[in-house]
Design a protein around this ligand. Sequence first.
Ligand SMILES: [Zn+2]
Length: 279
Amino acid sequence: MAKKKPERRRREQRFYPQSNANPWVVRAIGAVGAILLGAGAYEQFMASHAAWKYTPHMLALGALAFAMSIWFGTSGDPTLRVGDGGVGLDRGTVERIPWYGVSEIAFDPKVDAVVVSGKDESGKKAKILAKLTSQPQAAAWIVKEANERIPKLVELSAESEQKIPEPRADVGDIILLEPLQIVGKRCAATDKIIAYEPDARVCPRCERVYYKKSVPKKCACGASLAALRDPKLVDADDEDEDEDSEEAETKSETEAEAGPDDAKTAAEDDESETHEETT
Ligand SMILES: [Zn+2]
């Protein structure tokens, strides 16, 4: 019944921080460093005459200028990732706040940054900043994706929204991610640990994981999960805490009496209902 969509690889974009320094100054210092290093290296290691006594100084100075250009060329801000896995801080290893872990997306005018607050994959409190000066496109993509995935948690004033640039498609590197690690995760509805991957259903918007028999009609992120619910599996008893539980129970009773085709129409009705609620 729930049609299996063709597998789409999870992906995200990687955004490098931009420097606030004048790029020409950075290039000039870098060039001087490179020249000194090159000349110093020639004098020290390659020239046939005896090395000039200041050569080691030249090498050291060259290395320093070169390092300075790298230092100025990259702001101290981290590389960020935005995509199916949530918002990530990339420092060699990536710490992510998955979309289902986000508690709020806001704008901090003091630092001119989009701030993602929530919990990381291990459940630890986390906060990721995308400053408009160093990470304008990461900020833009965080807001764009959050508006599509977790619209209720985006708290931006019209004023701050205007400061955030339009997301551009050609800025971040596209990175393909491994499939979501599901085994060992807890069902978002029942807290039951998922021991067997085919037992799980994953919300395509926020990546919350549900046990196949406990998929609610609507995910906590607001997405309709009607397409992931198999009326033959969804156990009405598991849904007592769901606000729509009464409705769901009546539905599953009718479905039980009716043939499978009717059940399908019922499931489709569910979907259209949920859409109306969300819009
Ligand atoms: Zn969801």
